[in-house]
Design a protein around this ligand. Structure first.
Ligand code: PHE
Length: 451
């Protein structure tokens, strides 16, 4: 049963065969948790924004999650066969429109804004933008189909005529800005060269090595300062709740990365309570993107990070579903501009239920239908189906067994669904009822055969 339009943020969107966005997902649009100043997502947002202040940076948010596939993928250089484009990974509104999967969908618009404001606000050459983003994904305590990202970027002007010839001078201007960034004394591991011909190439037609060295320095020092600020606040809160023990000294490290719209690219990891954790992705913006965004004569960097991930660490929030809770026992624990450790108010019992099934004959896993022409089977479809029935009452779904019958070649899967409410104890009846619906819908929608 398909509706012909979806109402999102006051706009009517026509649906088609590509549509896979459900009302349940759309019910999250418009909460704007990041604006609610006593909410941990807003407290985290403000802490990060404070490191990217006016007049150089504008701090923005984007309410409407509906963007074109052009904005989300094409202008950023995603190849046509990139897995992120598939309906198993992305919520399509229709064939040309998606719920943004990342804040980078707005990069072009913000670069164009910098260009438009060139006369009226020449000093604003950077931005941060926070927004809700949407991805079909696994179900567990750190994944939710709606989450928040913050993106930031900063640009420098270059002479229009023969910018490469003048690149020494551009690099020197950027290095002068690097000198303005206050120093820190945290240990940083950065073992790789800024540019690596195979792994992390220079955009040689557009940039000189000196320019990229300078942009990389500015990017790395700016982001180090930001994570040091954020995690130092977090360590203080952790130490205070542990009875005033000395917080562990912070360590950060840079690793090489790949994004279609930056080169070279990196990720920043923080050593936090015993583990290296990936905090953000970043890099030198692809010049083709700047050329296509009305700022051909500028160079710069961009970064993107997940807000929930950081907030879970800072506030010690154990389950990502809690961010959406309207329960006062959650909401009343947080105060604007303060990081405090979350005190779990209760842990209701979990209820595990398994479901085992045979995939339709010739169905293949991994999203490709190349072999045998069967219906392709993708785990995210199981996740979405369970989410559609159990909503926030499902804590975790995991594949606990998988095998191929030696004679028939048919594949069998077994999933374990962990039902648990954050707010109350579920009754046996309601859990059984949900699970029965899941079983029926697996047969009806995915064509599997229950075992
Ligand atoms: N959009 C990227 C992601 O979601 C993060 C990113 C942003 C990387 C900007 C580089 C520059 O993974």
């Amino acid at each position: 049963q398909t509706k012909s339009t979806l109402q999102i943020e006051g706009d009517s969107n026509t649906t088609d065969q590509w549509t896979n966005t459900t009302d349940q997902i759309l019910s999250h649009v418009g909460r704007r948790l990041y604006l609610d100043e006593n909410h941990p997502l807003a407290i985290t947002r403000k802490l990060i924004e404070s490191q990217f202040p006016a007049p150089v940076f504008g701090n923005y948010f984007e309410k409407n999650p509906v963007v074109s596939t052009r904005q989300n993928f094409d202008v950023l250089g995603f190849p046509l066969d990139h897995p992120g484009r598939s309906r198993t990974d992305t919520y399509y509104v229709n064939d040309k429109t998606v719920l943004r999967t990342h804040t980078s969908a707005h990069q072009q618009a913000y670069f164009q804004q910098i260009s438009r404001n060139e006369q009226t606000r020449p000093e604003e050459v950077g931005y941060t933008v926070i927004a809700d983003v949407y991805r079909r994904d696994a179900i567990d305590r750190s994944h939710y189909p709606v989450f928040h990202q913050m993106e930031g970027a900063m640009l420098w002007k270059r002479p229009d005529n023969d910018p490469l010839a003048a690149s020494k001078e551009t690099a020197a201007r950027i290095m002068a800005d690097v000198e303005l960034i206050p120093k820190h004394d945290v240990v940083v591991e950065d073992p790789n060269p800024t540019i690596h011909a195979q792994r992390n190439p220079l955009q040689a037609e557009h940039h000189s090595e000196e320019e990229v060295e300078a942009i990389a320095q500015h990017l790395k020092r700016s982001l180090e300062r930001m994570v040091i600020k954020v995690f130092t606040e977090g360590s203080k809160a952790a130490a205070a709740s542990a009875g005033g023990v000395e917080p562990e000294p912070l360590k950060v490290r840079w690793v090489e990365a790949y994004f279609p719209f930056t080169s070279p690219s990196w990720e920043l990891e923080v050593f936090w309570q015993g583990d290296w954790l990936e905090i953000l992705g970043c890099g030198v913006i692809k010049q083709d993107l700047l050329i296509n965004s009305d700022v051909p004569n500028r160079v710069g960097w961009a970064f993107g990070l997940g807000i929930e991930r950081i907030a879970m660490l800072l506030f010690n929030i154990p389950d990502i579903r809690l961010f959406w809770s309207k329960d006062e026992r959650f909401l009343s624990q947080f105060r604007a501009e303060t990081i405090t450790r979350f005190e779990p108010f209760s842990k209701h019992p979990a209820c595990y239920k398994d479901v085992a099934f045979w995939l339709p004959p010739a169905a293949v896993t991994g999203g490709s239908s190349a072999a045998g022409g069967g219906v392709p089977f993708h785990e995210n479809d199981v996740m979405e189906l369970v989410r559609g029935i159990g909503g926030d009452l499902v804590e975790d779904v995991s594949c606990i067994d998988e095998f191929t019958h030696p004679k028939t070649g048919r594949k069998s899967m077994c999933y374990r669904i962990n039902y648990r409410s954050l707010e109350r104890t579920l009754t046996n009846e309601e859990t059984n009822e949900m699970h029965e619906k899941v079983r029926t819908k697996l047969v009806g929608d995915l064509g599997v055969e229950l075992r």
